[in-house]
Design a protein around this ligand. Structure first.
Ligand code: ZN
Length: 80
């Protein structure tokens, strides 16, 4: 099994020049009943600078698509 980086509180991830910071984790039950932890990452909106959070898996957080999100909920809606 490949080694996967694990997110923990304080972990910083830089994606496309934007910094996301892990502010904690929360338990989550997957559709097939497995208990896993999700990491909450906080980023700053590319439009207003307001903070928003995205959720990733703790294991292999770097490989998730969550970091493509770069807007707060308000500006995310406006762009669709
Ligand atoms: Zn915004």
């Amino acid at each position: 099994m490949a080694y996967l980086k694990q997110a923990q509180k304080g972990t910083e991830h830089i994606f496309k020049g934007r910094t996301y910071k892990c502010i904690g984790t929360e338990p989550y039950t997957t559709r097939d009943g497995r208990q896993i932890n999700l990491a909450l990452f906080e980023g700053a909106c590319a439009v207003c600078g307001g903070s928003f959070t995205v959720k990733t898996t703790v294991d292999g957080y770097e490989r998730t698509n969550a970091f493509y999100t770069k807007h707060c909920p308000t500006h995310r809606k406006a762009r669709k």
